[in-house]
Design a protein around this ligand. Structure first.
Ligand code: NAD
Length: 375
């Protein structure tokens, strides 16, 4: 069930193309701050409810990041693993054509589950506007070498997660140099977060993927680990290290845990046994707000997902403005550092959990914009 409230959703659009059998949905949650921004998820199970929840999160993420974007999300109901390249292209292009009356004026697309730079290229070509989506390939430029795509593969989200972690560590009185951290999900977000934290002097001691978890209290080299994962298919083949079950990662005696894969991995089953002092949510919804409140009561500092993992949407904004990658990374670092500080300071001042503090700040900006739009 989608519940309508004071914020939205403003538009729920279902589209179908008989020729390609493309079925899709777009939900524009709130556009008070600007056009709705959010990725295209392409899975067989994507539902209107899922798209709405993700779109609402984008409303808060863009608001808190101080971007001139509202929140939105879209989905194509299809299983790309069972489709040929041509079929995938036809579906993405049919979707782009169907949304053309709204995109880019009210909706700007981006990559999400099962969509990446290739899909963004198809989307922008079929839409006809370079501004209709972000996360496009680096060689897709308005002019040669000028105003080019900035693919999510550059690692802006993990880079931002590392920036949020540095702020949280300083806030908790932990020296980032030598701080031990564990990463659940050594994928795009997890690898880049590890690399940048290592550069700040922190020590990766555990990392997991779908096959298991590798642990070495003396340190795991993130670059070497990525090599091992790419060559052998999993982090568990890294040496020297001990192979653990995935769920054991959350119980390790580390300073920092970075969930960077699945939802609800921190739950009623492990929340009271977590020893880490800081959790920085690289993944979306790795814990419910209730579980986060429990961790807060135990004195564990949690940087919520929409604060910590906003690097991707900030990179999208940089691309949309025509910035180069260097300027994009500067923007991500500045915004994530400033916003994480703001949220943690607000939480400390009010005694609220960081998620509640962040939500208050995000609400305020959207409410003000809605008020200004109405008057
Ligand atoms: P990805 O597919 O690149 O990586 C996910 C990793 O998780 C893979 O290494 C996979 O092996 C691993 N994994 C799968 N099942 C696991 C399990 N049971 N235990 C441990 N690891 C497991 O995905 P990503 O782009 O890095 O996204 C990760 C999370 O970050 C998702 O929640 C996503 O929504 C969120 N996120 C990503 C971005 C981005 O720009 N990529 C932006 C915002 C939020």
């Amino acid at each position: 069930m989608i519940e309508h409230d004071e914020f939205g959703p403003e538009k729920i659009v279902e589209v179908y193309d008989p020729k390609t059998k493309m079925r899709g949905v777009l939900i524009i949650d709130n556009t008070a701050l600007g056009p709705g921004k959010g990725g295209i998820r392409m899975t067989p199970s994507v539902s209107k409810e899922e798209v709405f929840r993700l779109g609402r999160t984008m409303t808060w993420k863009c608001s808190l990041a101080g971007l001139p974007f509202g929140g939105a999300k879209s989905g194509i109901i299809a299983d790309p693993k069972k489709m040929s390249l041509e079929e995938r292209k036809a579906q993405v292009q049919a979707f782009a054509r169907a949304l053309k009356p709204l995109s880019p004026r009210q909706y700007i697309a981006a990559p999400d589950v099962n969509t990446a730079e290739q899909e963004m290229k198809w989307y922008a070509e079929a839409n006809g506007s370079w501004k209709s989506c972000t996360g496009k390939p680096a060689n897709m430029c308005v002019k040669p070498g000028e105003k080019c795509g900035i693919p999510h593969e550059y690692g802006s989200t993990g880079f931002g997660v590392a920036a949020a972690t540095r702020v949280a560590a300083a806030f908790a009185g932990i020296d980032i140099r030598g701080a031990a951290f564990a990463v659940e999900g050594f994928g795009n977000v997890g690898t880049f977060a590890s690399k940048h934290l290592e550069q700040s002097g922190a020590k990766l001691v555990a990392a997991s993927d779908s096959k298991g978890c590798i642990y070495n209290p003396d340190g795991v080299d993130a670059g070497k680990l990525l090599d091992v994962k790419e060559k052998t298919g999993s982090v568990i083949n890294y040496k020297p290290g001990k192979v653990l079950k995935n769920e054991e990662l959350f119980l390790l005696g580390v300073d920092i845990i970075i969930p960077a894969a699945l939802p609800d991995v921190i739950n009623a089953g492990n929340a009271d046994r977590i020893k880490a002092k800081i959790i920085v949510e690289g993944a979306n919804i790795p814990a419910t707000p209730e579980i986060e409140a429990r961790l807060h009561k135990r004195g564990i500092l949690v940087v919520p997902d929409f604060v910590a993992n906003a690097g991707g949407v900030i990179s999208s904004y940089a691309e949309w403005r025509g910035y180069n990658p260097k300027r994009m990374f500067e923007l991500v670092e500045n915004k994530i550092t400033r916003n994480t500080k703001r949220v943690l300071e607000h939480a400390r001042k009010t005694g609220a959990a960081p998620r509640d503090a962040a939500m208050n700040l995000a609400f305020e900006r959207v409410r003000k914009a809605m008020h200004a739009r109405a008057s």
